[in-house]
Design a protein around this ligand. Structure first.
Ligand code: AMP
Ligand code: GLY
Length: 426
């Protein structure tokens, strides 16, 4: 079948890479795609939020499966629009994607259904928000309600910082409409874990665990980013812990979403804090994580087209999800200025010298054909996601960093301590 992937990051390149391995895949399109997807798919210049143009393209090309990568088109109802046009689309409806699109909705939903999460309040006025901060001990976590590209969460050590965060979001409109309301919650201590799961609306099947690295610098220092690297599996996610999250979080969420008339199909991503009191939900995403996808999909043995069709058809209970043995690591190479204002257009060198056992997923690149071959340039904050599999975590890390060593571009930044938590356990 013909498949249309919507999105343009490392996640979408990894999706294209895995979908291309399916015997059911005839041709891949990626809208708008990047310099990496150009090698596997036909890039189509349609923006991820141009719902009518995406539907028109899918109809015209007789697309048999649409795979939606990012959250924005999901919350805008791309899956609803494709479904209405008779085109199978993988992902939740706009109503179901509110689990990610509104933190206030998500927190109230968790409270209604007894899902473990930090205690919180929701506010749209400055004074009540500041008064709430004074009702419990810090640190405080202040979050813009809507989508803010990973930048809407502010961790505040002092009351003054919390007050400033409240002013920033509510009074100064720092996140526009996404900050019309905010959530204030208690700070949770522990180790983070990303657990993604496939859902067909009734059955929910966890994927392999992964751990992201949100801060820009080694040692988890500096500002938050979209994610500077990941590895799978994450040892903090023991089999017992995953079973507990399945029982306490994933199954109740899928059941309650259906009961509320918002059946959740697609990828349910639980961002968890593993605290001394057990796993607590930090957030839900309604899609594959980035860079988690770049380490989890290479570990997946099962055909991804069949898995996605089973989610759409409601037959996930009949599909055994199988995983490769071993470990996968990805190291993100980020552009000059990231996570602030990034510079684009730097030439990327050494891509053709990456060892054969390294998979270089492109996140923000462009590809230009020249007489001497393809020329790649930086085109976003996260540029490349250098990935390797290994029998052990150490071997996977060695291979990934061997790949990093041969690639360069001006202003390149990366973390040299990916998987430090897992390594420090043993
Ligand atoms: P979120 O988008 O809600 O996952 O928040 C982004 C990041 O902020 C998380 O990955 C955590 O590192 C941090 N964070 C969010 N909520 C909390 C919390 N209640 N306690 C501690 N850290 C948090
Ligand atoms: N890696 C975190 C996210 O995709 O939101």
């Amino acid at each position: 079948m013909k498949i249309l992937i919507v999105g343009s990051g490392g996640r979408e390149h990894a999706l294209a890479w895995k979908l291309q391995q399916s015997p059911r895949t005839e041709k891949l399109y990626c809208a708008p795609g990047n310099g990496g997807t150009a090698g596997l798919a036909e890039n189509v210049p349609i923006a991820v939020d141009d719902i009518p143009a995406l539907v028109a393209f899918a109809k015209e090309q007789h697309i048999g499966l649409v795979v939606v990568g990012p959250e924005l088109p999901l919350t805008l109802g791309l899956v609803d629009a494709m479904t209405a046009a008779g085109i199978p689309a993988f992902g939740p409806t706009g109503e179901a994607a509110r689990l990610e699109g509104s933190k206030a909705f998500s927190k109230d939903f968790m409270a209604r259904h007894g899902i473990p999460t930090a205690k919180y309040g929701i506010f749209n006025g400055v004074e009540p928000a500041k008064a709430f901060v004074r009702t419990f001990e810090g640190p405080w976590v202040v979050k813009a309600d809507g989508l803010a590209a990973g930048k809407g969460v502010l961790i505040c050590e002092t009351q003054q910082e919390a007050d400033a965060a409240i002013d920033h979001i509510l009074a100064e409109n720092a996140f526009g409409a996404a900050g019309a309301a905010l959530v204030i919650e208690e700070y949770l201590e522990g180790e983070e874990l990303s657990l993604m799961a496939f859902s067909d609306g009734k059955t929910v099947v966890p994927m392999m665990t992964a751990q992201d690295h949100k801060r820009i610098f080694d040692g988890d220092l500096g500002p938050n980013t979209g994610g500077m690297g990941a590895y799978a599996p994450a040892p903090v996610g023991t089999d017992e812990l995953v079973a507990e999250v399945q029982r306490m979080v994933l199954q109740p969420v899928v059941k309650a979403m259906a009961a509320e008339g918002r059946e959740f199909k697609g990828v349910l991503y639980a961002g968890l804090m593993i605290t001394a009191k057990g796993p607590m939900v930090l957030e839900f995403n309604a899609r594959f994580g980035d860079p988690e996808t770049e380490v989890v999909l290479p570990m997946l043995k099962t055909d991804l087209v069949s898995t996605m069709m089973a989610c759409i058809d409601g037959t996930l209970d009949q599909l055994p999800l199988e995983w490769h043995e071993g470990h996968c690591v990805t190291v993100v190479l980020a552009a000059h200025g990231y996570p602030g204002t990034v510079r684009k257009g730097d030439a990327i060198r050494g891509l053709d010298q990456a060892p054969g056992d390294v998979i270089v997923f492109h996140c923000g690149t462009t590809r230009k054909e020249t007489e001497s071959g393809a020329l790649f340039q930086t085109n976003g904050g996260r540029v490349l996601s250098v990935t390797a599999l290994g029998e052990t975590l150490t071997l996977a890390l060695q291979k990934a960093y061997a790949g990093v060593k041969v690639i360069s571009f001006d202003g390149m930044q990366y973390r040299s301590d990916i998987a430090h938590r897992a390594l420090n356990r043993s």
